[in-house]
Design a protein around this ligand. Sequence first.
Ligand SMILES: C[S@@+](CC[C@H](N)C(=O)[O-])C[C@H]1O[C@@H](n2cnc3c(N)ncnc32)[C@H](O)[C@@H]1O
Length: 295
Amino acid sequence: MKTWVKKRLLNRHKCQIINNSLICTTFLTNPMKKEVKISHKYLKTCKKNIQELYERESLNPNIEMLLDFIKRLKKEKILKKKSNILELGGGMGWFSTQLATNSDHVVFTDITQGHLTIAKQYQKLKNVNFETSLIPMQNINSVFKENSFDLVFVSAALHHCSNLKEVYKNVAKVLKSKGKFFVLCEPMVGLFYKNKEIEHVANKGAQDVPYTIRNYLKASNDFFDYELEVSKTVLYYKKNINKIRSSKILKKLFILSNKILTEKSINNFFFKKVYFTFAYFFGRVPVNIILTKKT
Ligand SMILES: C[S@@+](CC[C@H](N)C(=O)[O-])C[C@H]1O[C@@H](n2cnc3c(N)ncnc32)[C@H](O)[C@@H]1O
């Protein structure tokens, strides 16, 4: 890997080199090699400061959006107390913890053993209950029964899978008829925006695959109908402008967007058209993909 790419990744994404592969310290996974590692030092710090870790996660604008998303699904009666819910690649379990406060049957999955340990601690901390399963999302059909879930969620983890179609096929299998699959917070590249960093990492067999919005949708086509939404994360960026790690130009764009982004404007028909066209060509902007199982 070129040295400058390595340097930038190490600085920007808090990555580490372990056994010659580039691994993100926050996740410490290397899914393509089906090898999962977590540093003992990191885990020890997390265990000691579980409350702090939980609160630190809450500051993430994506998490704020996810919370809002749960509220909305409850209001629309899509998420109910008796809903069977599955989360794929749930990280340390923050979102499943929130889902479990609203539903009696939540299953959290991830491929990092260390994350499962933390997820169990979150359960104790917040006094909730959910199942945990160490399973890659492309293999869920080997563990869960067909037609068993009402809702499946994935947030910022689907892009770690090199075979999207396989994941969609298996999610469709475990979902009940007309069940929903919510694909949230996934990073996207665009036709004119090729993220060289992601490509380099992907080529090295590590974490991220540079998918475009079209890739995400096309692979789902055989199994799902789709709906696109402007992710409310764009509204929360406003509050956290100083925390965003990006170039000066992008920051200026965010500040400018402060003026036009409101709850109302992001649901406007024309705004959405422009937004999704931008997403298609340049990626980067957050989009929610809502998939409904085809009957
Ligand atoms: C960027 S984190 C996202 C965590 C969490 N969903 C969130 O939104 O904060 C990606 C997570 O996906 C998990 N992951 C990576 N590849 C996976 C796979 N093939 N199957 C299931 N989980 C995977 C990683 O262990 C990591 O916890």
